[in-house]
Design a binder for this molecule. Structure first.
Ligand code: FRU
Length: 476
């Protein structure tokens, strides 16, 4: 047995985001609620800080904010998942927790494109120990018009049936989503493709990590297409995560879209989302707070990757809004500031910030053409990350000191306020603008003392609160 890698330096370790105890993490998997706990699994390589044969790491929480790491749930190496337990999801049936995941298999030479994929099942009665189903695989082969890209099952129950969607690529090289149905979770019938790219450049050559759910009587398809060509201000990450809103017809089967593909988050570090329905009916999403092929300086310290804060998804004007779940208020350990002031020029908030939430509302009723910038500053008073707002156009521009490429979004111009809810952690920043109608997710790597700075070119009334947040919300 190889030995698990250990964290050698805590400089970038996060205080309240889910991360591994050491080793590599990518996609969230199996996000579910079972016997009083939320469970989150994740793509995990415990033996190095690089991607490798995928295991399922595992953590659980009673409240979505303090997490307890559990033993590895799935280890690859059995005939049906020889080279990896890839992404998948969870469902509860008869008081058992079932995981459905992709088995990854290489063949032939060392060409990483020479692989095939199947779908497998594992189960648990206590939510801690998992047994792989003796008759795996449950879906042995992709449909004949598919390529080898055939992965990331997301399962749900609808009345007497279970359904799952799978990410795939058709023989024409277009990303798409396939629908399957089952009565027992072990025997699955292929119903057909329900959505897909019309052309690869605009909609992608492969759709990873699909998730399909109801929100206010409509269906949302959340997916992570690879290969969408960047425009000036959109699709700037290597791969995207976004959604379509429509109506699912199980019989056709087809998802009739009402909207085009829209990106869910505008930051550099957001991918491969998965949602859960909470017992009180909220739809909550987690994303991988990173991007394939980005630099991850924490790899030098024996770990890589983290998950975002859990965010509630709300449908508003045919758009998905993301708000930190209300449970995050429990992370507040101290109120550092609560004040209203006029800012005309520069104002600084906090000092030595590590885990913090900054909630600010800028009154736009008396400003004309406000230009403002909120920045996370380092000890040498340089901006590590900054977000600029232009009242005239609603343009938002996010810049990061360690990346030459900015990120862009537009917010409404007729609001009376600009509202910011900013979550700082040791090496991550999540900025919720105007109630989560625009969100930016970022990692940064500067371990000097931090503060926040607001710069305005007009006098503006700012109502601001600053909280210190829990630095030990993870136990492992
Ligand atoms: C998405 C993804 C999935 C796959 C997993 C492998 O980031 O590529 O499609 O199952 O990562 O780790």
């Amino acid at each position: 047995m190889p030995t698990k890698i250990k964290v050698t330096n805590n400089r970038y370790r996060l205080g309240y985001h889910l991360m591994t105890p050491g080793g590599w993490m990518n996609d969230p998997n199996g996000f579910c609620y079972f016997q009083g706990y939320y469970h989150v699994f994740y793509q995990y390589h415990p033996y190095s800080a690089e991607w490798g044969p995928m295991h399922w790491g595992h953590a659980r929480s009673k409240d979505l904010v303090s997490w307890e790491t559990l033993p590895i749930a799935l280890t690859p190496g059995d005939p049906e998942d020889e080279d990896g337990c890839f992404s998948g999801s969870a469902v509860v049936k008869d008081d058992k927790l079932f995981l459905i995941y992709t088995g990854h298999h290489y063949y032939g030479d060392n060409d990483p494109d020479h692989f095939w994929q199947n779908q497998n099942l594992a189960y648990s009665t206590d939510g801690v120990h998992f047994t792989k189903y003796a008759h795996n695989p449950i879906i042995a082969k992709a449909p004949v018009d598919n390529t080898q890209h055939f992965r990331d099952p997301k399962v749900w129950q609808d009345n007497d049936h279970y359904y799952l969607v799978l990410g795939s690529q058709n023989q024409q090289g277009l990303g798409r989503v396939l629908l399957y149905r089952s009565d027992n979770l072990t025997d699955w019938t292929y119903l057909g493709p329900i959505a897909g790219a019309k052309d690869a450049q605009h909609e992608g050559f492969m759709w990873e990590c699909p998730d399909l759910f109801n929100l206010n009587g409509q269906q949302v398809l959340l997916t992570s297409p690879q290969g969408i060509k960047a425009t000036d201000k959109q699709y700037l990450n290597l791969y995207q995560t976004g959604y379509f809103i429509g109506q699912l017809d199980y019989h056709q089967p087809q998802l009739q879209y009402r909207t085009d593909f829209q990106e869910l988050d505008h930051g550099h570090d957001f991918y491969a989302t998965q949602t859960v329905l909470t017992p009180d009916g909220r739809r909550v999403v987690l994303g991988w707070m990173a991007m394939w092929e980005s630099k991850m300086p924490e790899q030098a310290d024996g770990w890589a990757g983290a998950l975002t804060l859990p965010r509630e998804l709300i449908l508003k004007n045919q758009q998905l809004v993301m708000q930190p779940v209300r449970e995050v208020a429990a992370l507040r350990t101290k109120t550092l500031m609560d004040q209203q002031d006029t800012v005309n020029g520069v104002a600084t908030f906090g000092e030595g910030l590590k885990q913090a939430e900054f909630k600010a509302s800028l009154d736009l009723t008396a400003t004309q053409q406000l230009k403002s910038t909120i920045s996370l500053m380092n000890a040498s008073q340089q901006a590590v990350v900054s977000l600029s707002f232009d009242q005239t156009t609603g343009n938002l521009v996010l810049q990061r000191a360690d990346r030459p490429d900015a990120r862009y979004a537009v917010t409404a111009t007729d609001n009376d306020t600009l509202d910011l809810d900013i979550f700082v952690d040791t090496s991550s920043l999540e900025i919720f603008v105007n109630g989560g109608t625009v969100v930016f997710t970022e990692r940064f790597y500067d371990d000097t003392a931090k503060s926040l700075r607001l710069q305005t070119d007009e006098a503006v009334t700012v109502t601001a609160k600053l909280f210190e947040l829990d630095s030990q919300a993870n136990r492992y």
